[in-house]
Design a protein around this ligand. Structure first.
Ligand code: TRP
Length: 466
């Protein structure tokens, strides 16, 4: 394997570097912006009563998510390897034990689980590109839209075929290693996505129950905030920022030494949050105007959006374009979900990138059928949180990612020596560094632990005890 050195200090890398700071920002933005913003944020906000949930979500994004994202990039760049190897190496250097590699390993597993259901939903988005293009949404009313959704999810063959197509596409891109090309496309995709969302916002403002939608999202009603919804808000913050599983760490490994980590992380987090809020503002006025159920769950946007496109001028065109953009955003996220596993396989088992991608892709594809069947054959087979898809989503977003994030902050804030993080963050040891340090040592880990304790009912018990 060729060792490359960027000549700017730091460890030499086992692989190349991003060509520029912009390339890295685009890659991380491509990873962060995806179904989590457009599909999951509205549906989770709907299920958890809106306002108060959104407030907790924002607190988690900026108070917990942002410092963890910085920590992840920092660890990736310092380790310069795949997340498993980076954590083994840094663990040994800083903490005297290679067991920290478990963070990387659990991240690889989380990536498999997340991508397995992510691909099924992304498959729906691809199906909608064609349905929109065929004019299937034209003049749609709430009843027609529900039938549309049912006809797609009711057929495991159709859902499975779209899932197969999406996984095939993801493997193709990862195997060929053409991600760099896609990153450039992100420069077009993200602004275009924002433009169409703003257009849709115009439609929601004029034809939807806009005021109701705004109130729902921004008027906090704390009586609706259960321990479960606080956990869901935190889980969503992790999911939407792609943190807690080594995804951002894997990308950080290719980051040139001179790039500013805080500035990069901050811009990604802001763009991601803006897109999620915009998506919520587009969806809920339509949901309320058409008597849809805000707690509908994963189907929510697939019911609401055709109503907008079906009844606005040039809806067929904008609808097709919109779903293409969302499909593309999902693809750049899916690629990042595979990256830790692929980089790990390539660096540890001397397989080629292509072979590793195909094998990993096949495993995820098979696993994905649990989620495909969740909507039809196995829709009545529910346990714990619901269907297989519900359980995979809950297990990864609400448990695995926050736990991974907790370990990352503990490592960065408590195990790693201060000089190491000062050097990597490269903002001096002033206020900005101190802010990150406090968030990483105290705020983020405590928040995760408290939200967990709260969710299992132990927090009330502890408070009563004292
Ligand atoms: N953040 C992406 C989205 O919002 C999904 C994603 C990509 C992800 N990589 C991840 C989620 C890593 C959790 C962890 O659609």
């Amino acid at each position: 394997m060729v060792q490359t050195d960027n000549g700017k200090g730091g460890r030499s890398s086992l692989h190349g570097f991003w060509s520029s700071r912009l390339a890295f920002i685009l890659a991380v933005t491509g990873s962060a912006v995806g179904l989590g913003n457009i599909w999951k944020f509205p549906y989770i906000a709907g299920q958890n009563g809106g306002g108060a949930f959104v407030l907790v979500y924002l607190l988690c994004v900026f108070g917990v998510g942002l410092p963890i994202m910085m920590s992840e990039v920092l660890l990736g760049r310092r380790g310069r390897r795949n997340p498993v190897a980076s954590m083994a190496l840094l663990g040994e250097e800083e903490g005297g034990t290679r067991s920290w590699s478990l963070i990387g390993l659990s991240g690889v597993v989380a990536g498999f689980l997340i991508l397995s259901f992510y691909s099924v939903i992304a498959g729906w988005v691809f199906a909608y590109i064609f349905k929109s293009g065929a004019g299937d949404f034209a003049g749609a009313d709430a009843e027609q839209v529900k039938t549309l959704v049912q006809s797609l999810e009711g057929s495991w063959l159709a859902t499975g075929a779209w899932h197969t197509l999406f996984m095939g596409l993801t493997v193709f891109v990862v195997a060929r290693g053409v991600e760099r090309g896609l990153e450039v496309a992100v420069t077009l995709m993200v602004p275009a996505l924002i433009v169409i969302l703003v257009l849709l916002l115009g439609y929601s403002m004029t034809s939807g129950e806009f005021e109701m939608g705004v109130r729902f999202l921004f008027e906090p009603d704390f009586s609706k905030l259960s321990a479960g919804s606080v956990l869901a808000a935190m889980g969503q913050a992790f999911f939407t920022l792609s943190i807690g599983m080594g995804c951002v760490m894997a990308y950080g490994a290719y980051l040139p030494q001179e790039t500013s980590i805080p500035a990069t992380a901050f811009s990604v987090v802001c763009a991601d949050t803006a897109i999620a809020l915009l998506s919520g503002l587009v969806i809920f006025p339509i949901v309320f105007a058409n008597g849809l159920d805000p707690t509908a769950g994963p189907e929510l946007i697939f019911q609401a959006l055709p109503l907008s496109f079906g009844n606005m001028p040039f809806g067929t065109f904008f609808g097709t374009l919109f779903f293409m953009l969302v499909g593309f955003a999902a693809l750049t996220s899916a690629i990042s979900l595979m990256e830790p596993a692929v980089a790990w396989a390539v660096e540890s088992f001397s397989v080629t990138r292509a072979r590793a991608s195909v094998i990993i892709g096949l495993i995820i594809w098979v696993l994905g059928f649990l989620s495909v069947l969740s909507f039809n054959v196995l829709s009545d087979f529910t346990f714990w949180q619901g269907t297989f898809l519900d359980n995979l989503d809950y297990l990864t977003s609400n448990i695995m990612l926050p736990l991974g994030g907790l370990m990352i902050t503990v490592f960065c804030g408590w195990v790693m020596c201060r000089n190491a993080s000062v050097a990597e963050l490269d903002v001096g040891a002033g206020n900005l560094y101190q802010a990150w340090r406090i968030l990483t040592r105290f705020v983020a880990p405590l928040a995760v632990v408290l939200v967990f304790l709260n969710a299992i009912g132990l927090l009330d018990w502890l408070i009563a005890l004292f």
